[in-house]
Design a binder for this molecule. Structure first.
Ligand SMILES: NC(=O)c1ccc[n+]([C@@H]2O[C@H](COP(=O)([O-])OP(=O)(O)OC[C@H]3O[C@@H](n4cnc5c(N)ncnc54)[C@H](OP(=O)(O)O)[C@@H]3O)[C@@H](O)[C@H]2O)c1
Length: 186
């Protein structure tokens, strides 16, 4: 049995990328990265929208030599060790190991996966995550709030959905980033 967790790093006004498609302002510093690594270590399977996969597949071949910071080498290992499912109607093939493509998002298949897996599942990419949230599949939200207002872009959370939440934990970092950990209330 595993939980489905939606994690995102977003501006204070709730965008994961700004109107120009930039998200360099969301790059975690070492302290946030270390914290993220420890969360990601619990993840057995990533469910990715194709847009998020296009960014994250960098980690399959990320430089991991001795000149790289330990936190970066650690993250690359964690990412490569996990299973990935990419949702896409257009992606012809994948460019990472332990990865398969699904052409449709089937909520029932994800519900079954939650029952059968031994470790938690992460959903990433706002378009895909919106469908999981609307289907009532997301058990926990881990939102990293970056101290910036960008005024528009790609929203982290969908419109026209209501989810009651219980705050499990919060953590502030020296950079001004705040991590908010919520559980879905039934
Ligand atoms: N803030 C941060 O730290 C951070 C980190 C990484 C990335 N980002 C940003 O986040 C963006 C990713 O967001 P995104 O808007 O591209 O959303 P996304 O959810 O990652 O990807 C959307 C794509 O997923 C596929 N998809 C979604 N639902 C599907 C379904 N039901 N069946 C089949 N395929 C489905 C479609 O791919 P097809 O079009 O191929 O069918 C769709 O175009 C990146 O491009 C980047 O800008 C931000």
């Amino acid at each position: 049995m595993g939980k489905l967790i939606y994690s995102s790093i977003a501006s204070l006004d709730g965008y994961i990328a700004d109107q120009d498609g930039n998200f360099d302002w969301a790059a975690p510093d070492e302290a946030v990265h270390t914290f993220v690594n420890d969360l990601e270590r619990q993840i057995g399977t990533y469910l990715y929208g194709r847009g998020m996969y296009d960014v994250m597949r960098y980690w399959e071949t990320a430089p991991t030599g001795g000149d790289q910071p330990p936190v970066v080498r650690d993250y690359a290992q964690i990412w490569q060790a996990a299973d990935k499912i990419v949702y896409s109607k257009t992606l012809p093939t994948v460019s990472s190991a332990r990865t398969r493509i699904e052409r449709d998002f089937d909520p029932e298949a994800v519900r079954q996966m939650k029952v059968t897996v031994g470790r938690d599942i992460s959903v990433g990419g706002p378009v895909l995550a919106a469908q999981a949230i609307r289907a009532g599949l997301v058990d926990e939200f881990r939102l990293f709030v970056v101290p910036i207002v960008v005024g528009g872009g790609k929203p982290s959370l969908p419109n026209n959905v209501r989810v009651k939440l219980e705050l499990l934990d919060e953590r502030r970092f020296g950079s001004g980033v705040v991590h908010l950990h919520y559980r879905t209330r039934t």
